[in-house]
Design a protein around this ligand. Structure first.
Ligand SMILES: NC(=O)c1ccc[n+]([C@@H]2O[C@H](COP(=O)([O-])OP(=O)(O)OC[C@H]3O[C@@H](n4cnc5c(N)ncnc54)[C@H](OP(=O)(O)O)[C@@H]3O)[C@@H](O)[C@H]2O)c1
Length: 338
C-alpha cells in the first residue's frame, strides 16, 4: 500500500457498503487513510463507521449518486447492489471524472463450461464485460465462495439442532475471508498499478463441506453433526435462506455437484497483492463470528432486507423464465486480453 499521505488524496466510493465485503472494505480503506464515501439505501440502519461519509443512494438508480461521484478517484462496484445498472453507473462515474473502477466478481467464471449454462456465471460475465468496456481504468476481483455464506446457510441449523445439512459432503471449495477480499480490493482501488488486470482471491486451502463443518464445530466448541440431505431439500434450503428462485438454486447445486471429489482452485493472488497469506477457514470461524453460529441475533454480514439481486435481475430476463428455470442466453462477444 502506498503512503497515507497519497491515499488521503484518493476518495473511494463504495457500493454495497453495508454488505459482507463492503463493511470490511470500508474499514480497510479507512485504515489506509483514504476518504470513503459509503453508499447505502438506508443510512439510519446502516451502522457505518463515523469516519466514513455515508451516502444515501441506490445504485439501481445511478442518478441518486450523481453528486456524490464528484471528486471520487475510484469506484467499487458490488453486483449485489448495482446489478444490471452497472453500465449506467459507470457512464455517470466517467462523466463525473472518476478514473478507476474495481468490480467484485465471482471465481466461478473460471469454469468456461458454465459461461453459457449457469445463470449466475453468465450474469457476472455480463457485468464484467460492462466494466471492461467502460472506458475507466478497470480491475476485476473474482472471489471464491465467501466463508460468511456459512452464517446464512448453516447457522440456523447449528443453533436449532447442532446440525449442518448439505447435499454434497465432498463438494470442495476454498472459502475466502471477506476481510481478505476487502484488503485486496482496497489495494486495487488505491493503486494505479493494477489497471486492466483480473485477480482471483480464494482461501488458502481446498476444503470439503464435511471438513468445514468440523472446523465450525471446533470454533464454537460444540458438536456439529453433518447430515446429507436429498438434492431437492438442499435446493429448497437455498431458496429459503438466499431468496433464490428455483432455477438459480438448482444452478448453485449443480456447481457443488461438479466440485465434489476434486480439489478446489486455490489462488495466491491475495498474498501477491497484500503481502500476507489469505486467512484459513479455521481463522475465519474463530475470528469474530463463532457466537453468530450459536446466538439468534441477526448476523452482521450480508443483506437481510432485500431478495438476492442476481435472482431479481435474472427472473423475467432472457436468462431465466419466471420460475427461475434457465434459458440459454446469447453470450456477448468475447473480448481479447482477459
Ligand atoms: N456469496 C459468495 O460466496 C460470493 C462469492 C463470489 C463473489 N460474490 C459476489 O459478491 C456479491 C455479494 O457481495 P456481498 O455479500 O458483500 O453483498 P451483500 O451483502 O449481498 O449486499 C451488499 C449491499 O448491497 C445492497 N443491496 C443488496 N441488494 C440490493 C438490491 N436489490 N438493490 C440495491 N442494493 C442492494 C445492500 O445495501 P443497503 O441495504 O445498505 O443499500 C447490501 O447490504 C455477489 O453479488 C457476487 O457478485 C459472492
Amino acid at each position: 500500500m502506498s503512503t497515507r499521505s497519497s491515499t488521503a488524496d484518493q476518495t473511494v466510493l463504495v457500493t454495497g457498503a453495508t454488505g459482507t465485503v463492503g463493511r470490511a472494505l470500508v474499514a480497510s480503506l479507512l485504515a489506509a487513510g483514504a476518504p470513503v464515501r459509503a453508499v447505502t439505501r438506508d443510512p439510519l440502519t446502516a451502522r457505518l463507521p463515523a469516519d466514513a461519509e455515508v451516502i444515501r443512494g441506490d445504485p439501481n438508480e445511478p442518478g441518486t449518486l450523481a453528486g456524490s461521484l464528484d471528486g471520487v478517484t475510484s469506484l467499487f462496484v458490488n453486483p449485489a447492489a448495482a446489478g444490471e445498472f452497472t453500465g449506467r453507473l459507470l457512464s455517470l462515474a466517467r462523466s463525473r471524472g472518476v478514473r478507476r473502477v474495481v468490480l467484485l466478481s465471482t471465481a466461478a467464471i473460471r469454469d468456461k463450461a458454465a459461461w453459457d449454462t449457469d445463470p449466475m456465471v453468465f450474469w457476472h460475465r455480463l457485468i464484467e464485460e460492462t466494466v471492461t468496456a467502460s472506458g475507466l481504468d478497470w480491475t476485476i476481483l473474482r472471489a471464491s465462495e465467501f466463508a460468511a455464506n456459512t452464517l446464512t446457510h448453516w447457522a440456523p441449523g447449528i443453533r436449532a439442532a447442532g446440525v449442518v445439512r448439505e447435499a454434497h459432503a465432498m463438494a470442495a471449495s476454498a472459502p475466502v475471508h471477506e476481510r481478505d477480499v476487502a484488503d485486496v480490493a482496497a489495494r486495487l482501488l488505491l493503486s494505479g498499478a493494477y489497471g486492466g488486470a483480473t485477480f482471483t482471491v480464494t482461501g488458502p486451502e481446498s476444503l470439503t463441506r464435511r471438513h468445514m463443518a468440523r472446523i465450525v464445530s471446533q470454533a464454537i466448541g460444540r458438536p456439529v453433526r453433518f447430515e446429507r440431505i436429498p438434492r431437492e431439500g438442499a435446493v429448497r434450503h437455498l431458496m429459503a435462506v438466499r431468496h433464490l428462485p428455483e432455477g438459480i438454486a438448482e444452478s448453485v447445486l449443480r456447481l457443488e455437484e461438479e466440485a465434489a471429489g476434486r480439489p478446489a482452485f486455490v489462488s495466491a493472488d491475495a498474498e501477491r497483492i497484500t503481502g500476507r497469506p489469505a486467512s484459513t477457514f479455521a481463522r475465519w470461524a474463530a475470528d469474530p463470528p463463532p457466537s453468530l453460529f450459536t446466538t439468534s441475533r441477526t448476523t452482521s454480514t450480508g443483506d437481510q432486507k432485500t431478495p438476492c439481486k442476481i435472482a431479481a435481475c435474472l427472473v423475467g430476463s432472457r436468462m431465466c423464465k419466471g420460475n427461475g428455470s434457465l434459458t440459454v442466453p446469447d453470450r456477448p462477444a468475447a473480448r481479447s486480453g482477459r
